[in-house]
Design a binder for this molecule. Structure first.
Ligand SMILES: [Zn+2]
Ligand SMILES: [Zn+2]
Length: 269
């Protein structure tokens, strides 16, 4: 009963103290149109740092190195800087002007007084992730099947056969803008609370970085989510080795339905 109260009762919400703290102490920051971009970019930056160390230390730390998927391919500092530089360039030249334009035509609504319930937050997050997974699956498959679209828009992301954390945002401006458009639109379509949207942004950035780390860590999401429902790093690593498989970014159901799923056992045959 207490559990039901915590998750469902509209008054006395579990997240209310956090929401009040954010609203009263960081209003200027969280009500800025740039806040979602700041969340996403700082997430990409900070989540990539620990994997940079793992990549640079390599065999010197066998505890992590034994989980490296393509042990023979190691990213260099130059490769990391190239991907990070591209991400910076795309943000400064394309994302920031797009945010300014969007804010001019569609200003952010005022922040609500009430926090979401935990159930609202989790269901909004899951809904947005499933929706994004579907959108990207279709977009991704189309861009691999059409030679011109692949060449113009998606080929840049396949510069590296062995992904590494910074290569998560090694994207053409069109791909980054498309992904950003859905990431903004999906929570609006699902009428998510701003806190749910920010939570979804941070976790989805983590998920996309984890897809590219190049390590099959035993505590990663693909091992935590049961029944092989989540592809994660091993599935996306295979996509970079065999680009006509594993089109879904996160979950595995679309690749199973379309017969495009490949796992590590099959690629090693
Ligand atoms: Zn990738
Ligand atoms: Zn691809």
């Amino acid at each position: 009963m207490i559990l039901v109260d915590l998750f469902l009762t509209p008054s006395d919400r579990l997240l209310q103290p956090l929401w009040d703290y954010v609203r009263f102490n960081h209003f200027a920051l969280v009500s800025s149109p740039f806040f979602p971009v700041l969340l996403a970019f700082s997430g990409y930056f900070s989540f990539s740092i620990p994997f940079t160390l793992m990549d640079l230390l390599g065999e010197e730390v066998p505890f992590f190195h034994r989980y490296k998927i393509q042990k023979e391919r190691r990213p260099t500092v130059q490769m990391m800087m190239r991907s990070f530089g591209r991400a910076m360039y795309n943000h400064v030249v394309f994302v920031i002007p797009a945010v300014l334009l969007n804010n001019y035509f569609m200003p952010m609504p005022p922040l609500p007084a009430l926090a979401p319930t935990v159930l609202e937050l989790l269901s909004g997050f899951l809904g947005a992730m499933l929706l994004f997974d579907t959108q990207y699956f279709i977009w991704h498959m189309v861009h691999h099947k059409n030679r011109q679209l692949y060449k113009w828009v998606h080929a840049i992301h396949h510069d590296y056969v062995a992904p590494f954390s910074w290569s998560t945002q090694h994207l053409s401006p069109i791909e980054l803008m498309t992904v950003g458009f859905w990431s903004n639109l999906d929570p609006i379509m699902l009428q998510c609370h701003p806190l749910t949207t920010w939570f979804t942004t941070v976790v989805s950035i983590w998920m996309s970085v984890e897809d590219h780390i190049g390590y099959d860590l035993p505590w990663a999401l693909n091992h935590l989510v049961p029944f092989g429902l989540y592809g994660g790093a091993p599935a996306h690593d295979i996509h970079h080795q065999k680009p006509n498989s594993n089109f879904a970014p996160f979950f595995s159901h679309w690749d199973r339905i379309f017969g495009t799923g490949t796992n590590i056992d099959r690629i090693n045959l």
